[in-house]
Ligand binder design. Structure first.
Ligand code: GLN
Length: 307
């Protein structure tokens, strides 16, 4: 298989694609990102990296941070996390509040905003917000073997200024006793996690532990193989909100999207993949990112469902 040629042809198609989706505007600092960009990076299990297009450009990882924050929270509280967050696809938008009332403030899964806010609350326990944020950034640097990864403070500020929906979710969950810290502290952790900036190359590197059953490629173990399998399962079923079924149907890989236009996709045992194109589908997932992964799955036969 010639991955270099496959990526080059995907990059060429995506560069010229006419239907690029719409850049997120509800976070003002994301509204100005050029929708003409497309990047892709693939890290294989034997450690080779293949990259194309704007693979070195840092973008806002947004909800992809929910994967790393979940990994950290499970390390702190283990399965007790599941008393506060569910494990079912929501079938509704990433920032929806409707299910929270019927389900007593327990979010459907850790990859919608409400779920990730609870995960942030778990990661905040015993820390000042600044420390909890620092811990997550250090964790991601360790996963990616890259000390250059940092938070885009302008994006964090922009979210903080406009995040009324997230505030509503947080207050609502706190009313049910499912948020243990003051809303602004927990949201400070959540907004800064979303504002982490990474390139496709850095993101694909950070996802290696999920392709390697929880092992760190440079030695040691990030998490157990069972936990890696479970995180991959959640990415497959919940990683694209109300478009998760469509993504599984078209791509067939565990994947997590963010409104910055990035997607992290995992082929267990084979590859960790990051794609980025800022234009979104109406469900808030990268329009061309999903299409690029569909093309990659078709060209390589990579999928968790067999050839
Ligand atoms: N920071 C974004 C928000 O809270 C994350 C959403 C996303 O990437 N889907 O709305």
């Amino acid at each position: 298989m010639n991955l270099e040629a496959i990526i080059a042809s995907i990059v060429e198609e995506m560069r010229a694609a006419p239907d690029r989706g719409e850049v997120a505007t509800y976070i003002p600092s994301l509204a100005g990102v050029d929708p003409g960009q497309f990047g892709m990076a693939v890290v294989t299990a034997d450690g080779q990296v293949f990259a194309g297009g704007d693979a070195e450009t840092a973008f806002s990882i947004q909800s992809i941070s929910k994967v790393f924050a979940l990994t950290l929270a499970l390390g702190k509280v283990g399965d007790r996390l599941w008393n506060r967050v569910g494990r079912e696809p929501s079938g509704s938008a990433f920032n929806s509040i409707v299910q929270l009332e019927a389900e007593q403030g327990i979010p459907r899964n850790p990859f919608i905003n409400a779920g990730a806010i609870v995960v942030s609350d778990v990661n905040l326990a015993g820390h000042a917000p600044r420390e909890a944020i620092g811990e997550l950034v250090h964790f991601i640097r360790y996963l990616a073997s890259d000390d250059g990864i940092a938070i885009d403070e302008a994006v964090a500020r922009s979210e903080q200024e406009t995040g009324e929906r997230n505030r509503a979710l947080a207050h609502y969950m706190r009313a049910f006793g499912n948020l243990h810290h003051p809303v602004e502290l927990t949201l400070g952790v959540y907004f800064h996690a979303c504002a982490i900036a990474m390139s496709c190359r850095q993101l694909a590197m950070a996802g290696r532990y999920l392709m390697l059953c929880g092992a760190h490629p440079e030695g040691g173990r990030v998490i157990s193989d069972k936990r890696a399998r479970r995180i991959n399962a959640l990415m497959l079923t919940c990683g694209h909100y109300d478009q998760s079924g469509d993504f599984a149907f078209r791509v067939g890989m565990p994947g997590k999207s963010g409104v910055g236009g990035g997607i992290l996709a995992i082929v267990p045992g084979k590859a960790s993949i990051a794609v980025w194109s800022p234009g979104l589908s109406r469900n808030g997932n990268s329009q061309l990112g999903s299409l690029a992964l569909e093309r990659l799955a078709d060209a390589t036969g990579w999928s968790v469902f067999g050839l």
